[in-house]
Design a protein around this ligand. Structure first.
Ligand SMILES: *Cc1c(COP(=O)(O)O)cnc(C)c1O
Length: 279
């Protein structure tokens, strides 16, 4: 929210200040940045206090600068999520190496190599087809890196705009990774779900059912499979439905502002930005 405030304030200042007052303006910019950083830390603390310790909080920093990531890092956050390959490739090298990066966006198989080369990429949550799993496997072999955690992304809401495999295909995709991708470790299932869930949330329930089925089908071959579900607007409900991994962006970092130059190197569109005004 403070990002909106900042945007407005800045414009007003810019139009009011004569150029000789530039020095003053720069000074107030510094103050605004400090305000933003403490805003991020406050928001993070509030969210952390509202989720159980057993649930992993992935702080989704897409479109936000490295300084914002650092503010959260300084407040103890270590797991961050990114949506766009180029953004992750740019940010990871300039940020602390003990950050655990989760890639949560649509992945084109020809981009697998660029993210796998990031040593502290911990998990790709968005594996939604065999081709992507194969590309990650191949890239991991080449990069000679430790096992890469992956989650199978399932399109539980059936919306055309959402990525993810068809629910009926999830088990096959898990089997494919287990049988043919030894450099990958199946960590769980991930979903986005419909933007306006009201309890009971069928998308979350569906993902949990699929997880339970996989746990039986692949008993002994998988560990306790996780559920990655829940974002800013629905993480509380997701946790009630058994989520072990919530991906929270705007509630921590403020609303995202998209400019024409901001990302995206791939053909991804951010279908979440359109969810925000809908609420
Ligand atoms: C952007 C994004 C999020 C975070 O969304 P917020 O509503 O900002 O919390 C979570 N998951 C995925 C896959 C995303 O792309």
């Amino acid at each position: 929210m403070w990002f909106c405030v900042r945007g407005r304030r800045k414009n007003r200042k810019q139009s009011r200040l004569p150029s000789r007052a530039r020095g003053l303006f720069d000074c107030s910019c510094v103050l605004q940045i400090e305000e933003e950083m403490s805003g991020i830390q406050e928001a993070l603390k509030t969210i952390r206090n509202s989720i159980p310790k057993s649930v992993r909080l992935v702080a989704v920093s897409k479109t936000k600068p490295a300084s914002a990531v650092l503010a959260a890092y300084d407040a103890g956050q270590r797991v961050f999520g990114e949506n766009y390959v180029q953004e992750l490739v740019d940010k990871a090298p300039v940020l602390p190496k003990d950050i655990q990066w989760h890639f949560i966006g649509h992945l084109q198989s020809n981009k697998a190599k660029s993210i796998v080369e990031i040593p502290n990429l911990q998990c790709v949550e968005s594996v939604d087809r065999e081709k992507v799993a194969d590309a990650l496997q191949k890239a991991c072999e080449k990069a000679n890196r430790p096992l890469l955690d992956v989650m199978i992304q399932v399109n539980t809401s059936g919306e055309d705009t959402k990525s993810g495999c068809d629910p009926s295909h999830a088990e096959n995709l898990v089997r494919h990774v287990l049988d043919t991708c030894p450099a990958l470790r199946v960590k769980g299932l991930m979903t986005i779900g419909s933007p306006n869930p009201s309890p009971p949330n069928r998308d979350f329930e569906l993902l949990r059912t699929l997880r339970n089925q996989c746990q039986v089908t692949f008993a002994g071959r998988v560990c306790d499979l996780e559920l990655s579900m829940g974002m800013s607007h629905d993480f509380v409900l997701a946790i009630e439905n058994g989520s072990t991994n919530v991906r929270v962006g705007s509630s921590i970092f403020g609303n995202r502002v998209y400019t024409e130059s901001s990302n995206t190197s791939s053909s991804d569109s951010d279908h979440f930005s359109s969810n925000v005004p809908a609420n």
